[in-house]
Design a protein. Structure first.
Length: 104
């Protein structure tokens, strides 16, 4: 943010990882090339990683899918139900568990 005029417009917290400690711990650091892959980590209120997506260097993240995952996890916490592929907020969830595999 200190060096980029466009970054100054961002209104959410940013993390600087100049020592590469965080990217190393999260397993997204390409040690040989010295860069971090584009990663998104969804951490629940209890501090547990619920989901992570790591994209190759030339591919950007899909914020719509990241938001859908967060909404699905929140829905699950509220209802106990899972969400099927392509689920969107407002749609019904599905029961979770081995007894339901292949039925939805």
């Amino acid at each position: 943010m200190e060096t980029s005029p466009s970054a100054r417009k961002i209104n959410y917290p940013l993390l600087s990882d100049r020592t590469q400690e965080v990217s190393r711990k999260y397993g997204v650091l390409n040690e040989k090339e010295g860069f971090a892959y584009r990663g998104a980590f969804i951490i629940d209120p209890d501090g547990n990683i619920q989901a992570y997506l790591v994209n190759p260097q030339p591919v950007g993240r899909n914020i719509n899918e990241i938001l859908r995952i967060i909404q699905g996890l929140q829905y699950n916490r509220r209802t106990g139900l899972g969400v099927p592929a392509n689920w969107k907020p407002g749609e019904r969830g599905i029961p979770v568990g081995w007894n339901y595999v292949g039925k939805y």
